[in-house]
Design a protein around this ligand. Structure first.
Ligand code: MN
Length: 236
């Protein structure tokens, strides 16, 4: 090889090495975690109307959710928690403070909630629908169980559809900002759909009528996200 060719080959190797280092790692790759980030919303504040109004969305996201994030980051400052994915923190929740539990849960649960909402009504994918029918009886039985979980949660909390350690779907609810990933909750598993039933999620539009808010939720579920989470949970 002539000198000029050496330079070209060496240059190409350097560029290839640079590209491989700067490419973001694949999602789900354990090495990809780069710290806890407050997420962007993938739709406008008014995109979920009439089911969730713009003012509720704006206050919920910019104040409530942001406060959980800020309080979590403040409490985690100077600790390994800053370098630990939330799922791992939740698996050891019993070892951490109530501040980490409440604010880490609030930070994560809202990320999770925004992701499983969609401005356009979607049909549930056949594969996920079949799984729900197999594990929960029928789609209507699932809706009924989920609605009951949302309605009977006294005070503040969440309703969930999750996958248990045997790959079976189940419905549950948790108090406050707990979620099924936490080692402190009764029904543990991998959540794939979540609904916030704190009053701050619906009070401006629905006041005390939580049932109307829960009914509206079925029109704004991003089933493609739920299905992707289901597949990922089964692959774990
Ligand atoms: Mn909330």
């Amino acid at each position: 090889m002539k000198r000029r060719e050496y330079v070209l080959v060496f240059g190409a190797v350097l560029i290839a090495a640079f590209v491989s280092v700067t490419q973001p790692a694949f999602a789900g790759d354990g090495n990809a975690f780069e710290g806890h980030k407050f997420p962007e919303l993938k739709y406008a504040f008014n995109a979920l109307e009439p089911y969730i109004d713009a003012q509720t969305m704006e206050i919920h996201y910019t104040r409530h959710h942001k406060a959980y994030y800020t309080n979590f980051m403040t409490a985690a400052e100077g600790t390994d928690l800053l370098k630990t994915p939330m799922e791992q923190i939740f698996a050891n929740m019993s070892k951490h403070s109530a501040t980490i539990r409440n604010n880490g849960g609030g930070f994560y649960n809202h990320n999770f909630f925004w992701e499983n909402l969609s401005p356009s009504k979607q049909e549930i994918p056949a594969g996920l629908k079949n799984a729900i029918e197999k594990d929960l009886g029928s789609f209507d039985a699932f809706k009924e169980a989920f609605t009951k979980a949302a309605m009977t949660r006294f005070g503040s909390g969440w309703a969930w559809l999750s996958v248990d350690k045997n790959g079976k779907l189940f419905v549950s609810s948790t108090a406050n900002q707990d979620n099924p990933l936490m080692d402190v909750v009764e029904a543990q598993g991998t959540p794939i759909l979540g609904l916030d039933v704190w009053e701050h999620a619906y009070y401006l539009k629905y006041q005390n009528k939580r049932a109307d808010y829960v009914t509206g939720f079925w029109n704004i579920i991003d089933w493609s996200v739920v299905e992707a989470r289901y597949k990922a949970a089964l692959a774990k």
